[in-house]
Design a protein around this ligand. Structure first.
Ligand code: PLP
Length: 418
């Protein structure tokens, strides 16, 4: 039935600026979205409608590892758009960009991770992997970690490690335990009823927490001993972000399943979970079509992702990450910085509070630098630029951060009269 519009409501056809329409018609999830009006993005630079430039220190939250609109990625998108877009639901047609991308991914992963299921997003990759673990083991118990983030859909939310975000959406999946990351207690809790352990290779949203090598190895061993699948989330850490192509390489272990997203699509929406061919067979019978998606592995997104991974490999972007991390670390020295945690170009600059961090982010923005905070570490400034960021851009970015910290400190001194 057609509902009458309230006379106080804005007439539907009334126009407005993009910003007005953004607040009126685009669903908001916070009271204070950034609402920047970017009209162009290239490399590490964003340009707004007033021609103001911003150095992008967050790369769309670890998405644009090869920079914004890398020419090879744009070319691949255009080429694919000229050939075909969507053809049929996932898994029916031999679509060359999808096949070639799966092949290149498998060629750059341990041999047991040779079968790729492409999805639309990271959260959907989490969902698929959780289902696969239940299907393969016949078990329902899952172990996840406090302060972990694996997506916002209901299964992924069930394994998210923060009660504040989970609580309003109950009931969630039963049988999930959230334990302390990098703890002995977690290893001891894994047993013959556990279908899977799901963990980030490096916890990003808690402000870059790198687990001990021995802990990861013990986790691997206990999963093997109990027949539990080890799922490592590389959605934020993959594609060179932490200084190795995959963050799990640092621990000299091989997970049973990895989750990919973000940089996987080279700036286009794409996710994936990768396992052995044998495990993935679990989706082919009882029931057949064990996981379905219409758009997962879209040919244009796969073409973009394939071009992006080729750039990462050919331009040896991973090699430069450690050097760039070092440069950031040498320049980010200030008495207001409590800690600077990093794993490659995934860095968390810890300040004394969320309030301070918000002010620094705002000051940086006014000076042409885009940063952000972390979901479970709001007191930390996020530094995760494109891996292609230049030395000059890093120096400029750091000088803006230091200038902002100085300004804030002198404002505080002024207010306290010291
Ligand atoms: N896992 C991790 C570690 C993430 O950082 C994210 C997104 O921020 C996700 C999963 C979910 O990915 P998406 O937002 O594409 O659903």
């Amino acid at each position: 039935m057609k509902q009458k519009r309230d006379s106080k409501q804005t007439p539907l056809r009334m126009g407005g600026t993009d910003k007005e329409l953004f607040f009126r018609h685009v669903a908001q999830t916070s009271a204070a979205p950034m609402a920047l009006e970017i009209v162009k993005a290239k490399g590490s630079i964003l340009t707004d409608k007033n021609d103001k430039k911003y150095i992008d220190l967050i790369a769309g939250i670890s998405v644009c590892n090869v920079g914004h609109r890398h020419p090879k990625v744009v070319k691949a998108i255009k080429k694919q758009a000229d050939e075909y877009l969507h053809l049929l639901v996932y898994g029916e047609m031999v679509e060359s960009p999808q096949v070639q991308y799966a092949h290149l991914l498998a060629s750059n992963l341990p041999t047991t991770l040779d079968c790729v299921y492409f999805t639309n997003s990271g959260a959907e990759a989490t969902e698929g992997a959780m289902k696969l673990a239940k299907r393969i083991t016949g078990r329902t118990g899952m172990i996840a970690f406090q302060h972990s983030y694996h997506g916002s859909t209901q299964g992924a939310l069930s394994v998210m490690g923060d009660e504040y975000w989970r609580n309003a959406f109950r009931p969630l999946l039963p049988g999930v335990r959230h334990l302390s990351y990098n703890s002995k207690e977690a290893i001891e809790a894994i047993n013959e009823t556990t279908a899977c352990v799901i963990a980030e290779s490096v916890q990003a949203e808690k402000g870059v927490i790198v687990p001990d090598v021995e802990w990861m190895q013990a986790l691997r061993k206990k999963c093997t001993d109990t027949g539990t699948l080890l799922i490592l989330d590389e959605i934020q850490t993959g594609f060179g972000r932490t200084g190795t192509l995959w963050a799990f390489e640092k621990f000299k272990i091989v997970p049973d399943v990895i989750l990919l997203g973000k940089a996987l699509g080279g700036g286009m929406p794409l996710g994936a979970f990768v396992a052995s061919h044998k495990l993935m067979q679990g989706f082919t019978d009882n029931p057949v079509l064990g996981h379905i998606t219409t758009f997962g592995g879209h040919p244009v997104c796969c073409a973009a992702g394939l071009a992006s991974l080729k750039v990462i490999l050919k331009e040896e972007l991973v090699k430069g990450v450690k050097q760039k991390e070092k440069l950031f670390r040498s320049l980010l020295k200030h008495k207001s910085i409590k800690h600077l945690r990093s794993s490659g170009l995934l860095m968390a600059m810890e300040l004394d509070s969320f309030e301070t961090n918000k002010k620094v982010i705002q000051l940086c923005l006014s000076k042409g630098l885009l940063s952000d905070w972390f979901l479970f570490a709001p007191e930390c400034l996020r530094i995760a630029p494109p891996l292609t960021i230049t030395e000059k851009e890093i120096k400029k970015a750091c000088s803006i951060i230091i200038e902002s910290l100085d300004e804030l400190a002198s404002n505080k001194r002024g207010k306290s009269g010291k």
